[in-house]
Design a protein around this ligand. Structure first.
Ligand SMILES: [Zn+2]
Length: 403
């Protein structure tokens, strides 16, 4: 397994980038440069592990009961939405969903999908659905991390195993591109797009709308799981959208590492003049909804059992729901969503989404059988081709998307 995600970002030096609010958006400049204070971007290895522990202590001292936490949680949620320029939330414009190229395999099907998160701005993905079962089914969103290349992102084999196996157990699974990956890249979009964090966060919100628009999805049973940059998308979406009922952020919730890409920490969601927070507290906004933290010894989640998990569980305790958050830690594993991490996730999803794993679990090893996954080629997974042309209203790659 090649771990390309960590190459550009894990080596980032400690960065403290202070920018003026006016720099964030030229549009905002005229209106806000006189009234907003400077903000701080917390990027990559923003602080030492020891400083991160002290920071969590500071956070914990700001509340002592559930009502005080709820006030803090609300302020954090507002800071995220304001930071990514989605406050107030934009209008939900027509998705104009395209679902086609259905392929049928034993126990599940795969289709190629696009919808408009904003008019003309397409989100590309694949939809994995159970067959020979009776719905409605829980819906699972699967964002991906920063693995690049022609078969990176949602096209990776590990992502296909994850999606197909969940579908074979009775979930409708939507796996979708980051901006500048997969089909988005093929049509000319770059991950360096200046709105990348805003576009991806909004696309995840609209991906819930998309799942809820499907007749075979139970609108009240939506969950999300992703690793690395997909883990960031997982906890950001769970924090801002109550429709997420179960979440599994993988190898990304860290007290000292804030995510090194502009789609993770390129906008001021962590630190402003009025509130300082971190991805640990953002993940804790999931409380009291079921959440599994998957962590490993080989990256910035190495301290999770001693640092991040106890902090988050203390928030769940305020709700009287300490058991709703779990940690599966793999000290020998490295960054990524490889098989052991997937095997850690499946039982949690089976339990909380009431999936049917009959026939998929080895009675001796307890391992979930992923061998029923039919790995598809990039060409098969693509949404548009000569027979299925790109919609005429698709906006030019690189355009600034209007909100
Ligand atoms: Zn990114």
């Amino acid at each position: 397994m090649i771990l390309r995600r960590s190459i550009p970002f894990s080596i980032l030096p400690l960065l403290l980038v202070t920018i003026s609010a006016a720099q964030i958006s030229a549009q905002q400049q005229q209106k806000e440069e006189l009234k907003l204070p400077a903000v701080t971007l917390c990027v990559g290895n923003y602080q030492s592990e020891a400083d991160a522990v002290r920071q969590l202590d500071r956070f914990a001292s700001t509340y002592s009961n559930l009502s005080e936490w709820k006030l803090r949680a609300s302020a954090i949620r507002q800071q995220i939405l304001t930071g990514v320029q989605l406050n107030p939330l934009p209008e939900s414009t027509p998705l104009n969903s395209i679902i086609h190229k259905r392929r049928v395999y034993p126990g599940y099907s795969v289709e190629s999908v696009a919808f408009e998160a904003r008019p003309g701005f397409l989100v590309y993905g694949n939809l994995y659905r159970p067959i020979d079962r009776t719905g409605p089914f829980p819906g699972v969103l699967c964002p991906h991390g920063h693995a690049t290349g022609r078969d990176g992102g949602r096209l990776r084999h590990d992502q296909q195993y994850r999606c197909a196996t969940l579908a074979r157990m009775g979930a409708v699974v939507f796996s979708y591109d980051m901006v500048g990956f997969g089909d988005s890249e093929a049509y000319g979009w770059s991950h360096k797009h200046p709105q990348v964090m805003k576009l991806q966060t909004w696309s995840s919100v609209r991906a819930i709308d998309f799942l809820q628009s499907l007749n075979d999805v139970d609108s009240d049973s939506i969950s999300v799981t992703g690793c690395s940059g997909g883990g960031t998308q997982t906890f950001l979406l769970t924090a801002i959208d109550e429709r997420v009922k179960v979440s599994v952020p993988v190898v990304m919730v860290s007290a000292h590492f804030f995510g090194g890409c502009t789609c993770e920490s390129g906008m001021p969601i962590h630190k402003t003049a009025t509130l300082e927070t971190s991805n640990v507290e953002i993940a804790a906004l999931a409380a009291p909804r079921p959440m599994l933290l998957v962590s490993v010894g080989g990256d910035w989640t190495k301290n999770t059992p001693e640092v991040e998990f106890p902090y988050i569980q203390s928030v769940y305790k305020l709700f009287g729901n300490a058991d709703n958050v779990e940690n599966r830690h793999f000290p020998e594993e490295d960054h990524g969503y490889q098989v052991k991490k997937r095997q850690g996730m499946y039982p949690f999803m089976v339990k909380h989404l009431k999936l049917d794993s009959t026939g998929l679990v080895n009675s001796q090893t307890g391992m979930f059988d992923e061998s029923g996954t039919v790995l598809e080629s990039v060409e098969t997974m693509r949404v548009f081709d000569d027979q299925h042309p790109l919609p005429k209203n698709a906006i030019q790659p690189g355009s600034i998307v209007s909100f």
